[in-house]
Design a protein around this ligand. Structure first.
Ligand SMILES: [Zn+2]
Ligand SMILES: [Zn+2]
Length: 365
């Protein structure tokens, strides 16, 4: 069978295969507590978690000219035999942590595969499922124009996932040129005014250190909400399989070189903004146009981090709404549907209010 040929056997990590010493149940990582926890007898074991420099992920030198296209996992699947119940489960090759569908044991897989990079660091979950669910409920309830049926609808249970990210550091030196426009208001004979712009060329240098520029290294999550999540990457710790126990984790599917290209796009956009405001403050210009930047990147380094999010979705009127809760901070991202009835009612209320108030200020309506 063709399908079977694509299945590769893989092993799980010893650290997460061990069970609760008191009752033998599955132990999972307890967010915020940095420990492995048994839900049945509440036995807890500390995971060594130190935020010192030696424990944090180290930067690796990056050479953008070397193609590291080691992401061709394709449709390959892998077979994991559960060490607790012996059941065999087939996972897709991107998954690195899952729970056994039969007995719930945590399965953190080895980072096998010749070209696979293993994560440099992890930012462990700090917010637990209950807290994430509560924050999401509040977020949806607070939406002014969210239809009430949506507020009352039940979200699917939250799912904790470690998403793969590339982070890049670099020193950037820029040379720029632009045109500055200075506006002058000229009164005209008929009493009206006209704006006259005088243009001057400008050029200069700008330097910046880019620190931990994040790029989502997964091609699976297309919802823009995933790209907006901000993490405190300084709180990363060296990768240990224990942090993944009880969660889902995925390995990168965006190659490192593509990640750098994407980072550069974002960095260039940020540099343009920075340089524009630099020009405005230095020259007092009213307009900045034709800005061209030549940038040189030096000392590029990267890290491969697994970062925590809680995910949930809700289907409303045949459309799926995705929600992401930052597993570190609890900030909620995602769009809620808009009730046009509420919107119109709000606009009508504002108009009526203005009609009542304005005559008091002597403004005719
Ligand atoms: Zn136990
Ligand atoms: Zn099992």
């Amino acid at each position: 069978m063709d399908e079977l040929e694509n299945i590769r056997k893989e092993d799980t990590k010893k650290e997460t295969d061990k069970k609760c010493p008191q009752c033998g149940a599955v132990m999972t990582y307890k967010p915020g507590e940095a420990s492995m926890y048994c839900q049945f007898c509440e036995h807890e074991e500390k995971v060594e978690l130190e935020f010192n420099f030696d424990e944090a992920a180290q930067e690796t030198e990056f050479n953008p000219t070397i193609d590291s296209g080691q992401c061709q996992w394709g449709s390959e699947t892998k077979l994991i035999i559960c060490k607790s119940c012996g059941a065999e489960s087939v996972y897709d090759s991107l998954q690195v942590a899952e729970s056994c569908p039969y007995c719930g044991s945590v399965q953190v897989m080895e980072e096998k595969g010749k070209d696979t990079l293993s994560p440099s660091g992890v930012c462990p979950f700090e917010i637990n499922r209950e807290k994430a669910e509560k924050l999401l409920r509040e977020y949806i309830k607070d939406g002014w124009f969210t239809p009430s049926e949506f507020k009352e609808a039940r979200n699917k249970p939250m799912h904790g996932v470690y998403l793969p990210f590339w982070t890049f550091d670099s020193k950037v030196a820029c040379r720029y040129r632009a045109r500055c426009g200075f506006e002058k208001t000229i009164p005209k004979r008929d009493g009206s005014t006209q704006i006259e712009v005088t243009w001057r060329n400008t050029s200069g240098h700008y330097k910046k250190f880019i620190d931990d520029w994040l790029v989502l290294a997964s091609t699976r999550y297309k919802d823009p909400a995933f790209k907006d999540v901000k993490f405190d990457t300084k709180k990363n710790v060296k990768y240990k399989p224990e942090y993944l126990a009880g969660f889902t984790a995925e390995r990168y599917s965006l190659p490192l070189t593509d990640g750098w290209k994407e980072a550069q796009k974002g960095i260039e956009a940020k540099l343009s903004k920075d340089i524009e405001s630099k020009i405005r403050s230095e020259t007092d210009a009213d307009r900045v146009e034709d800005l061209s930047i030549e940038s040189r990147y030096r000392d590029i380094t990267y890290k491969y981090l697994l970062l925590p999010v809680w995910m949930s979705s809700c289907t409303y009127k045949d459309k799926v709404y995705n929600f992401v809760v930052n597993g570190q901070t609890g900030k909620v991202y995602g769009e809620t549907p808009t009730s046009w009835c509420c919107c119109c009612a709000a606009v009508a209320a504002v108009i009526i209010l203005l009609m009542l108030i304005l005559p008091f200020f002597g403004i005719p309506i």
